[in-house]
Design a protein around this ligand. Structure first.
Ligand SMILES: [Zn+2]
Length: 76
């Protein structure tokens, strides 16, 4: 209704005004709820970050394995 109201940032989880202490949330309760979402895997971001890392390691291991096979002198 007023300009001042529009400037109030709202909690990421609910529509309550954010608290400076718990931003971007309104309270410890909402901050805990968000943390719990991360811990229970409801966010997909951590999983997406792991996939390219594992893929890289898999590529590196297969590369090492094949070079050892192709160069028997490295075994001794
Ligand atoms: Zn909230």
């Amino acid at each position: 209704m007023t300009d001042k109201e529009k400037k109030i940032a709202k909690c990421s989880l609910c529509d309550e005004p954010r608290s400076e202490k718990y931003r971007p949330f309104c309270s410890k309760r909402c901050a805990d709820l968000d943390l719990n979402r991360w811990l229970t895997g409801q966010y997909a971001i951590p999983v997406e970050e792991q996939e390219p890392d594992d893929f890289d390691k898999a590529l590196g291991q297969s590369h090492l394995a094949s070079s050892e096979t192709n160069d028997p002198t490295k075994l001794n």
